[in-house]
Design a protein around this ligand. Sequence first.
Ligand code: FES
Length: 317
Amino acid sequence: MFLEVSSRRDIADDVIELSFRDRDGGPLVDWEPGAHIDLTVSPGVVRQYSLCGRPSDRQHYRIAVLREASGRGGSRAVHDIVQVGSVFEVAGPRNNFALEPVPGYLFIAGGIGITPIIPMIDTAISSGADWQLVYGGRHRTSMAYTEELEQLGPNVSIRPQDVDGLLDIEGALSRCAPDTLIYCCGPEPLLRAVEDHCERRQLLSSLRLERFQARQPTDDVIDAEFEIELGCSGRVLTVPADRSVLDVLRDCGIDVISSCEEGVCGSCEIPVRSGIPEHRDSILTDEERAAGDRMMVCVSRSRSARLCLDVKPADAT
Ligand code: FES
């Protein structure tokens, strides 16, 4: 779909907030907290941004964009080119970070990672759940939405690093009730630190993370050739060591949707009928990986000699 920018405003150092609307004023596709949209910034440049408005507002999608000086250029382009009235191709919303209904939540956000957390807090409040927010950033002026969040009262802990140091993750986890889910979004060092603390406390099954950059592999990985079988057709293709499953499917005319092509957006997910995927995405939980019934074909490969994927050959009817 093509959406028009209806507002743009500065909300923190190097952070702008954008609202999008349908060009004809029609209602937008509904969404749940944790969802993101895929914004085509320029031909071939697609970036994911969490929705941070209210799901009840069917007229607008709201996002906040940090200008990342050392990024790949997508956010700089957004800052430089977007004006009220600009029109962009938008896909989604898609949700890899859904808020599960539980009695309590600990939200941990770093920097621009606050964006998916904002509608989650609204939902937690309206459902009567217990919740706490621990929100860090380099400086207070670099942190978006601090004033709105402070109005929510003592459940909100805003901790700029230049004043308070690193977030007290251990302290926050120690105050969690047993049935609390932990939702965390932010830069990779924060995600890694929260994962480490949760692992030590045996809380990994309660942790929900969202990454917008690919997780760095912890081990050296060697790519090997394997085969993929296309659904019930019996047709078998070889995935060479230097190509992805996505490349091979496209070569044979199968139209697979993709966006990030680095395992963070979820758009290229395909069901797996048999075989053992080697997951290299940054989305699936440990349980979902162990189930082995789906994979992100842009980055994931195979531990078995052959994977049977639930796709149809391009010439199948
Ligand atoms: Fe984004 Fe594969 S294209 S996960």
